[in-house]
Write a protein of this length. Structure first.
Length: 202
């Protein structure tokens, strides 16, 4: 039986948010992410596939799919399985049912795992997009074997933004020369800003 653990380590990667910070906010509300912990397709321990995880698509630059690692390979942070991407710039992405709203702060959190038993990790990134346009990006550099990290990317809209009303999407992508990234527990929430808007410091 696998031993699961909860990890809440925010990475020291580069965070880019092209928005502003609200002066007053309401309670955060989760936005549905299909198959957020890659449990929809069930595999035995050590099992994996080579197809898009349900709810997700890929740029098909390398192998990708759902993976149920043994404890000697990786320990998922939510459930028993992870999504994986192999090779330079290979990604998984999902277009959500939600659209970009005004005066709202969006926070994307994704757990990133490196294999314990193999597979060099040169880096990876998460992106929050609207209408295919990047809103926020966060990246990790090289990591050793058996590391778990949580990436966060955050973006705040004003009352006017060119992508308002466009569908939100999430992109999970390898950096160049990364052999494999394992992804888990993809979550996104939105917080309405109820007060005036204060520009971010330069």
């Amino acid at each position: 039986m696998k031993r699961k653990m909860s990890v809440a380590v925010v990475s020291l990667g580069v965070l880019v948010g092209l928005g502003s910070v609200g002066a007053g906010t309401s309670q955060a509300a989760p936005i549905a992410v299909a198959n957020f912990s890659f449990e929809a397709t069930v595999h035995v321990d050590g099992g994996f596939d080579f197809v898009n995880p349900p709810g997700w698509s890929s740029n098909n630059l390398g192998l990708h799919g759902t993976f149920n690692p043994t404890v000697g390979q990786a320990i998922p942070t939510d459930g028993n399985q992870v999504g994986y991407t192999n090779g330079t710039n290979t990604n998984l992405f999902q277009t959500l049912g939600a659209t970009l709203q005004p005066n709202t702060t969006y926070t994307l959190l994704v757990d990133v795992l490196t294999r314990k038993d193999c597979c060099s990790f040169a880096g990876a990134s998460i992106r929050l997009q609207a209408g295919g346009v990047d809103l926020a990006i966060n990246s990790l550099g090289p990591l050793g074997l058996g590391v778990t990290n949580t990436l966060q990317a955050q973006f705040t809209t004003l009352a006017i933004h060119p992508q308002l009303g466009n569908a939100l999407s999430i992109v999970l992508q390898n950096a160049a020369n990364t052999q494999q990234t394992d992804w888990d527990n993809v979550r996104l929430d939105a917080t309405a800003n109820t007060g005036g808007q204060v520009p971010e410091p330069a």
